[in-house]
Write a protein of this length. Structure first.
Length: 221
């Protein structure tokens, strides 16, 4: 067991939860019926000064599960061709192993208890991820079952914007419409947006920052 004083600082920042940005591209809106087609993650880390930083994304194309449906309107939006010969998609279970195993390792090495999903409209991403986990009986799932950090709410508070593209522009991150709606690009922007908002709050209240670290060490939370 890792002593509280020896744990990396990020283990004390969010009650033992490790933030991981997630974006999925799908064949529709129903996680039980529609196919999961692409997933990307960016694990959040913390530097020596307590600032959050996104790691390079990890992504995977996913084969539609047996009996799944694909809405043509969804493909028109995300531009995915499920039958493209060079897509190199993996079956769901293999895709989950490729994506979730590094998260498990990061949770363990960071001294955290679980991962917590960071997403833009995070419930959508969590719903599709959980449905895939349940279909494949993939255990253990490193993510908290229902708690999330939603950048829709955070960006609405910080910038008055709830659309990812608009929030990214106001935050000074820029936005490429030609790259949008790919899981890799969207997760990169979501992770950067989350880190920028949290870091800004951190910088604005240094006294509270010190209190949080001190309290965490005193009560072991």
């Amino acid at each position: 067991m890792m002593d509280e004083y020896d744990k990396p600082a990020i283990a004390q920042r969010f009650r033992g939860f490790l933030p991981v940005a997630v974006d999925v591209e799908t064949g529709g809106f129903d996680p039980q019926r529609h196919a999961l087609l692409e997933i990307a993650i960016s694990i959040i880390r913390m530097d020596a000064e307590g600032r959050l930083l996104p790691t390079p994304p990890l992504s995977c194309h996913v084969l539609p599960f047996l009996g799944s449906e694909i809405d043509p309107h969804a493909l028109a939006c995300n531009g995915i061709d499920p039958d493209h010969p060079f897509r190199a998609a993996l079956p769901e279970r293999e895709a989950l192993a490729r994506i979730l195993t590094p998260i498990r390792n990061a949770v363990r090495s960071s001294g955290c208890n679980r991962a917590i999903l960071v997403g833009h409209n995070a419930g959508f991403d969590l719903g599709f991820l959980q449905a895939a986990v349940e279909r494949n009986n993939f255990k253990p799932n490193p993510f908290h079952a229902f708690s999330v950090f939603d950048t829709v709410s955070l960006a609405g508070l910080a910038y008055g914007q709830t659309v990812l593209a608009r929030a990214a522009r106001v935050a000074g991150l820029g936005w490429s419409s030609s790259e949008a709606h790919s899981a890799v690009y969207d997760v990169e922007q979501t992770a950067k947006l989350f880190c920028k908002i949290v870091n800004r709050w951190w910088e604005l209240d240094p006294e509270r920052r010190w209190e949080m670290v001190t309290d965490a060490r005193e009560d072991g939370t």
